[in-house]
Design a protein around this ligand. Structure first.
Ligand SMILES: [Zn+2]
Length: 232
């Protein structure tokens, strides 16, 4: 109960900050629908407030406020990452990202990778898309909220934490899953222009508590990486 009260205080402060000429009636209409708060009655400038991480049944005291220009162009966003091998390890892959309801909706991640060593590999989005030095200088996991490393459905995780993919004995993996947190818009969780990485080792999802585990799940160096780029 205490958590809910604190959250409402945060919402109210954010509203006052963002909407300087809001009528009292509009403020009173704030309702709670899962993690999404929507305020009608503001003409053509609706404001949405979302508790993050955006995971069902999880309540956070951190909020993102969406107003213009994020509510422009609410059509499906799509992006692609063409993986290039680090060294000559023969890895190739194309991964699509499709977000039907930007900026808040989940993103479908789908595609194929070949040439991988059999077994599990960490699958992450890193801070930078600058591949001038291959996958070496692309920063750590994309982490705009300065949280610890985690699993994709942990309430606390890097935005770039997409868990593991598992290659078969033939080195192939078919990827198809939905991530609740990344976005293809230019908002704080936007991943376009950053790089997608397949790591050498399995990501332990931050469970063992060591420094390396909390940073990258002990997943090791990149095997392949590619810039996430808009396709439309
Ligand atoms: Zn991470």
């Amino acid at each position: 109960m205490n958590i809910v009260v604190q959250s409402e205080v945060v919402i109210f402060k954010l509203l006052v900050f963002v909407i300087t000429q809001t009528e009292n009636a509009a403020l009173q209409s704030v309702g709670i629908k899962n993690s999404l708060y929507e305020i009608p009655g503001l003409g053509n400038q609706p404001v949405m407030i979302k508790a993050i991480p955006g995971i069902e049944n999880y309540q956070s005291d951190i909020f993102e406020v969406y107003a213009e220009p994020y509510l422009q162009n609410l059509y499906t966003k799509a992006a692609i990452a063409i993986l290039q091998a680090e060294a000559e390890n023969g890895i190739t892959g194309e991964i699509m990202f499709i977000q039907r309801d930007p900026p808040l909706g989940p993103t479908l991640i789908t595609g194929n990778i070949t040439g991988l060593p059999a077994g599990k590999h960490g699958f992450h989005i890193h801070q930078s898309g600058d591949l001038r030095q291959g996958c070496e200088k692309i920063g750590g996991h994309f982490n705009p909220y300065l949280l610890r490393h985690g699993a994709p459905f942990d309430p606390i995780r890097h935005v770039g934490d997409l868990g593991n993919i598992e290659a078969g004995e033939d080195g192939k993996v078919e990827i198809r899953f939905v991530d609740p947190l990344i976005s293809l818009t230019g908002g704080p969780r936007g991943v376009v222009g950053r790089s997608l990485v397949v790591a050498t080792n399995e990501d332990n999802l931050g469970v063992d508590g060591t420094a390396d585990s909390l940073l990258n799940g002990q997943s090791g160096k990149p095997l392949a990486c590619g810039v996430i780029a808009y396709i439309r």
